[in-house]
Design a binder for this molecule. Structure first.
Ligand code: FAQ
Length: 315
C-alpha cells in the first residue's frame, strides 16, 4: 500500500468515528501532535499541583484540607494517566520530563500565576477546573483511543474539582464583607488568565485546523472560550461577584456574551517563560525530580533483583 492510500484509509477511519489504537498505522505528524498535546497536558497536571499545594497546610479547616489534598492527589493521578497514554506513542516518561525541564515542552500558562489568598483555591477550582472541563469533555471523543479513555476518568474527577472551588467561592461570597472582598479579588486576578487557557484566537492557532481534521480537537479554541464565558457569567451572578470585564454584555443577535480584548502580549509572555511564577514552578519540578532520583533507582534495583531471582529459579 502506498503512503497516500494508508493516509486515506486512516482519515476514513477517523471520519467514521473509529478510534486509532497504538499499533495502528498513523501519519508521523498525527503521532507527533498527540505526543505534544498529551505530554503538555500531563505536565500541566503536575505543575498545576504546585499553586494549590501551597495552600494545603493553610486550609482553614480539617474538611477543607482533606478536600484540597484529595484534589491535588487527583491531579497527580491525571498526570500519570496522561504520561501513560503518551508512552503508547513511543516516547518515554524520562524523555517527556527532560523536555519539561529543559523548557522545550510547554504546560498551561495558568499555572504561572501566584496563589495569594485562600480564595484563590476557590477561583482555581471554579474557573481553572471549569475551563479545563469545557476543553476536556470533547477530548473524551478524541480519535486516539488511549487519550480518549484516559479523559473519561479525568473529566469525572474535574467536575468534583470544579464544584469544590465553586463551593469555596459561594461560602466566601456569602460570608463577611472581608471574605466577599477576598473572593472578588481572586476572581479579578484569575478571570483573564483562565480565559487565556483556551489558547490563542483561532486565526493565530497553527495547530487547530489539522487537529480538528484528525478529530483530536472537536471544537476550536474560540468556540470553547465562548462556551465557557457564557456559562460562567451566570455562575458569577449567583455568587453576586463581578467579572472584571467592562465590555462583557449579552448579545441577543449572537446568542452569546460579547467580551473585552484579551491581552495576548501577556499570554505569550507567560507561554515564553516570563510569567510571574514560571521560574519558580520549573525549579520546584526539577527539584522534585532530583530529590526523587533515589526512589527511582531503588525501584529499578528492586525490579532487577526480582527478575534475577526469577531467572535463577527457572534455570
Ligand atoms: N498555555 O495551535 P494552538 C488543567 C500553545 S489542565 C501554554 O492553539 P493546540 C487541570 C500551544 O501548545 C490544563 N501554551 O495549540 C488542572 C502551541 O504551542 P506548541 C491544560 C499554550 O495544541 C486544573 C501554541 O500555543 N489542558 O487545567 C496555551 O492546538 C487545576 C499554539 O496554540 C490541556 O493541556 C496555554 N494556555 O491547542 C490541573 C488540554 N494555549 O505546542 C491543576 C489539552 C496554547 O505548538 C489544577 N490541550 N498554547 O509549541 C489542548 O486542548 C490544546 O493543546 C490547547 C492548545 C487548547 C491547550
Amino acid at each position: 500500500m502506498t503512503n497516500e492510500q494508508q493516509e486515506s484509509l486512516f482519515q476514513q477511519k477517523i471520519d467514521n468515528e473509529l478510534r486509532i489504537e497504538p499499533k495502528d498505522w498513523m501519519p508521523e505528524q498525527y503521532r507527533k501532535t498527540l505526543v505534544r498535546q498529551i505530554s503538555q497536558h500531563a505536565h500541566s497536571e503536575i505543575v498545576g499541583m504546585l499553586p494549590e499545594g501551597n495552600w494545603i497546610t493553610r486550609a482553614p479547616s480539617l474538611r477543607r484540607k482533606a478536600v484540597l489534598l484529595a484534589k491535588v492527589q487527583d491531579e497527580a493521578g491525571h498526570g500519570l494517566y496522561l504520561y501513560s497514554a503518551a508512552e503508547t506513542l513511543g516516547i518515554s516518561r524520562d524523555q517527556m520530563l527532560d523536555q519539561l525541564h529543559d523548557g522545550t515542552a510547554k504546560y498551561s500558562s495558568i499555572f504561572n500565576y501566584p496563589t495569594l489568598t485562600w480564595a484563590d483555591m476557590g477561583a482555581i477550582g471554579w474557573l481553572v477546573d471549569g475551563a479545563a472541563i469545557m476543553n476536556q469533555v470533547p477530548l473524551c471523543r478524541c480519535s486516539y483511543g488511549p487519550y480518549s479513555r484516559a479523559m473519561i476518568r479525568v473529566c469525572k474527577e474535574e467536575s468534583f474539582h470544579q464544584r469544590q472551588g465553586y463551593e469555596i467561592m459561594l461560602t466566601l461570597a456569602n460570608g463577611t464583607a472581608i471574605q466577599k472582598k477576598m473572593a472578588q479579588d481572586a476572581l479579578n486576578r484569575f478571570w483573564w488568565p483562565a480565559i487565556m487557557m483556551f489558547g490563542p484566537n483561532d486565526d493565530a492557532s497553527p495547530n487547530s485546523i489539522q487537529s480538528m481534521k484528525w478529530k483530536i480537537k472537536r471544537f476550536s479554541n474560540d468556540d470553547l472560550r465562548q462556551k465557557f464565558i457564557d456559562v460562567t457569567v451566570e455562575q458569577a451572578n449567583i455568587l453576586g461577584l463581578t467579572i472584571p470585564d467592562k465590555d462583557l454584555k449579552w448579545n441577543e443577535e449572537r446568542g452569546h456574551y460579547d467580551f473585552g480584548t484579551i491581552n495576548w502580549d501577556e499570554f505569550w509572555n507567560v507561554v515564553k517563560g516570563n510569567g510571574p511564577c514560571n521560574k519558580e514552578r520549573l525549579a520546584a519540578r526539577k527539584n522534585a525530580w532530583d530529590n526523587g532520583a533515589w526512589v527511582r533507582d531503588a525501584a529499578t534495583a528492586h525490579s532487577e533483583k526480582r527478575d534475577a531471582k526469577k531467572a535463577a529459579i527457572s534455570a
